[in-house]
Ligand binder design. Structure first.
Ligand SMILES: Nc1nc2c(c(=O)[nH]1)N[C@H]1C(S)=C(S)[C@@H](COP(=O)(O)O)O[C@H]1N2
Ligand SMILES: [Mo]
Length: 199
């Protein structure tokens, strides 16, 4: 057992093929937030998808709740080296939200309440790879984990899963988000250990 990052100890990878290189398993659910936790009320919550032409598609909380939901059970991988297996969520697939959205854009800048941003290719949000999640482990998502709703993109490092998500900006050109501007990898594939720029 080795000490990994201050603040948590994990079980070593032990050859588990579900754990990416350089990662350690945790049983608890660490909280990682770059700033204070915004308190977002569901009665004022909105989710907005803006396209490259400026067209805006908006959902209220009630409208989000009325959409068909899915219950993904996924492994998550934080760049600070913890991985957590079989996390259970409930949320709306981005395929559902993007269904009526016409765009030529290849990139997305994700925006959160509180000002956090992160970027990823639009291709990584579709085809059953991403959700706007509002439940974790059978209970409503707590504020420190991104409630009322967060993005869930489990195949990329977890910083791409923006907490307190409030919208997607569809873009013709890639633009770095908060951590990407500070030297983290533009894409962040845990299986290729893309932690920092140049990895
Ligand atoms: N809005 C927002 N989203 C965020 C972050 C943040 O600081 N602000 N941190 C990211 C990072 S680095 C990680 S590892 C995960 C942590 O989610 P958790 O606190 O639920 O474990 O959220 C990601 N999404
Ligand atoms: Mo992270």
């Amino acid at each position: 057992m080795s000490i990994v990052t201050p603040g948590f100890r994990g079980r070593a990878r032990e050859g588990n093929p579900r754990v990416p290189p350089g990662q350690y398993l945790v049983e608890d659910f660490p909280v990682l937030s770059a700033g204070p936790t915004p308190r977002v009320r569901t009665d004022s919550w909105q989710f907005t998808v803006t396209t490259e032409t400026g067209a805006a598609h908006r959902w209220s909380w009630a409208e989000l709740m009325a959409l068909p939901s899915e219950k993904p059970r996924v492994d998550i991988h934080c760049v600070t080296q913890w991985s957590k297996l079989d996390t259970r969520w409930r949320g709306v697939s981005l395929d559902t939200l993007l269904e009526g959205v016409e765009t030529e854009a290849d990139y997305v800048l994700v925006h959160s309440y509180g000002g956090y941003t992160t970027n990823l290719p639009l291709a990584d949000l579709v085809d059953g790879q991403a959700w706007v999640a509002y439940q974790f482990g059978g209970a409503e998502l707590t504020p420190e984990h991104g409630g009322p709703a967060r993005l869930l993109v489990p195949h990329l490092y977890f910083w791409k899963s923006a907490k307190w998500v409030r919208g997607l900006e569809l873009k013709l050109k890639d633009e770095p988000g908060f951590w990407e501007n500070l030297g983290y990898h533009d894409y962040g594939d845990p299986w290729r250990e893309q932690r920092y720029q140049g990895d």
